[in-house]
Structure formats: C-alpha cells, structure tokens
Design a protein around this ligand. Sequence first.
Ligand code: MEV
Length: 451
Amino acid sequence: MKKSVSGFSKLSKRKKIRWVVENFFKDPENVMRELMSFAHPNEKQQRVLDGFSENTISNFYLPFGVAPNFKINDKIYCVPMVTEESSVVAAASSAAKFWLSRGGFHSEIISTTKVGQVHFSYAGDFNILESVFSELKERFDEETLPITKNMQKRGGGVLEVNLVDMSHLEADYYQLKVTFETCDSMGANFINSVLEAYAHILTSFVEEHPAFENTIREVTIIMSILSNYTPECLVRSWVECPIEDLGQFPGEMTAETFAGKFEKAVKIAHLDVHRATTHNKGIFNGIDAVVIATANDFRAIEACGHTYAARNGQYQSLTHVSLEDGKFKFWIDLPMALGTVGGLTTLHPLARRSLEMLGNPSARELMKIIATTGLAQNFAAVKSLVTTGIQQGHMKMHLLNILNHLEATEKEAKQALKYFKDKVVSFTAVREFLEVLRQQPVNPQCSVKGE
Ligand code: MEV
C-alpha cells in the first residue's frame, strides 16, 4: 500500500516529482532525472504546458507527423497528425495520394447546431410551466444578454429553447433543451455558462411568477451541461470515380474485384458489431490524430461519433459505399463539434502551428478536413484488408519499433529490414536475429538462422 498525501497540489513541482519518485519507484534518482529531462528547455513554454493541467510532473511526448497531398474540394492540405500508432500517418498519406489523381476528396457541412440541457425536477403542475414558457424564454434572452451578445455579434448564440417532458420515463423529470450556434469555437464554456444562467432564471421565475400561486414553486436543478451528442453538427466527406479508374491491386486483383470486396467489407461493418467497432476504430485513428494535433477535445469527438454510429439501435459503420452505374462512391457522415478559436487551439504552441499549416481554417473547414482524414484512413485500412492484408504495412513499423527498443544500430536495422521482408516479425525473432548478428560481426547475414 503506497503512502497517501495531503496538500500535494500545493507542493512545488520539484517536490511533487520527489514525492512521486520516492514513493513509487525503486530507483528514484534516475526516474527523477528522466522525468525532468522531458521538461521543455524554454521555461516560458513549460509554464504554458503546465497551465493545461494540474499536478504536472513532466511532459508526455507523442510523435507529430504530417500527411501531405490531401486534396479536399480542390484545395491541397498537408494534414498534421499526432498519434502513437505506427502506420496511421503512412496509411492516411497513401490514401491521400491515391485520391489525388482521382479528383480528390469532396466535403460539405450539413449543419452546425450544438445542444445543451438543463435537467430538472418539478413536482408541481407542469401545464402551468408550459403555459408561461414563452414569457420565461423572453427572460432567458434578456437576462443572458451579457453572456450571449459577443457570440451574437459573431453570428451565433442561442437558436432555440424547448421544454421537454420526460416524466413518462422518470417521475417529475423535465428538461430545457437548448440549441446553439457557436461559430468557430467549440463553445463548451459558452454553452455551459448560458445553461447555468438559464437554470438560475428558471428557478427564480417559478418562485416569483403569479401563475404558480396555487402550485409548487420549487424547481430542483439536477444539472446543466452541454451534450456531446451533436447529430445536427454534421459533415459529409466523400470520394468517387468510375470503378475502372480504381486501377490494379496487388495479386493482379482487378478494379471490379477490388470494388466488390471493398463494398462487402463495409457492408459487414454495417451488419456485425464486432467488425463495426474495429472498422470505426480505424476511422478514429485518423480523426483523433488531427483532433489532437489541433488541440481539440478528442474524447468529445469520439463519444459523439460512436453514439451516432449506434443511432439506428445497432452500432454500425460510419462509412458507406455504393457501386452504381459503374461508379465507386465512398462516404462518411459524421457529427463533430470542434473549434479553431478559444480553448487550447490557440494556447498550445504546436496546435497553433497545426492550424497555420492548414491555412487557419474556420471550424467548418476543419470539420471537413478531419472527417476527410477519417474517410481516408478507413479507405487505406479496408483497401489493405481486402488486398494484401493489414500485417504487411504494420509489420515494417512494428519491426522498427522493436529494433529501436533493442537499440539496434543503423547497420543492424538495415540488415534486419532486409531479412524480415518476407518473414513474420515478432519480438523474439528480432531479438534472436540481433543476437546472432552481434555474435558474428563479419559478414553476419550469412550465418543468420534461415538464411
Ligand atoms: C488498426 O489500428 C485499425 C484497423 O484494424 C482498422 C480496420 O480494421 O479497419 C486496421
């Protein structure tokens, strides 16, 4: 049982690290040095990073890569991607290149409405509340003007407020369901501030309004919070070309056979929940990487996407294919609430660079770029699955990671890459290969097992 601690958050950073390493590690001095070695050399930048979270003891690095050649609506993007998974950036890049010569990707915004809710209990006469609701809405508008006026100036604000009766599911349970337009910001703070103000106004309105004279005046606010499910904040991205233009695939697979197998694979992800989960996971390999690179909230984007995937009562593929009139069409519809101003998007120094690399897009443009990256990622994954299999591409990166882990030299890595070209890569096999190689430095490859 480890020591518990009180007042940890008030300790200096150095003392926090010291407490952690002394209580949880066998070699505290080494770990202390290691944790501190990941600190940013520029103190000002480190302070910015520390400001994002609490109790920070170091920085956790992830690779920041780019996938060039993304043609979306005739504009070429170099897409920033932050991911720890090998092959993701390579797959996105290869799909981008594949479609570059076939008209590129197309994308359109279907809608941009976000949702928030005030959940409350009321044991009085709901009909009375309903009868004076338009008056209450006017109070909402007037009294929240200090919060909403800036957003209104930018073309956004509150779009609609509805009173929802949920008492058939839970006694005395009602909601205010509010829809918002938050322009280029993700809008979480704005939405939650408005909702909390509405909750307050609702409570005092029922307490004071003469209509409630003969009924209960007490409203219990359960909670006021945005919903991360935003099916009306929707983007569609697609690719299309004549089937014969898809070209030839490994193993001399024709375009027709490829298209047929591809369609079947996507269909399976609509029919089978196990496959759907992996299929959509592959889509989020691409989406999350760009969402993280632009410092948006990847948990919100994932939660929303998965709920949307289950909107018909069964969890299904987020992408669709049609093969009609000799045409291959592949598309994704995806709701996502993200921002290009506010939050971390402008505070994180590399997120700022990611956005700059994308030409400082509006939130709507970023929705298109991110949905397209998800579609590209899925295209690359399913293309590999129905042709060569996924391991071929994965294994090279896997091998490189193992070689790094085993501290292989550049020369050893080169020999290993050659050796494992047509062999199954495993940690043990690579370790054994290096052991043999290292025992016989002169012309070592001749003596390696199996050679
Ligand atoms: C691996 O991270 C993602 C894939 O499994 C996705 C898929 O199967 O579609 C390759």
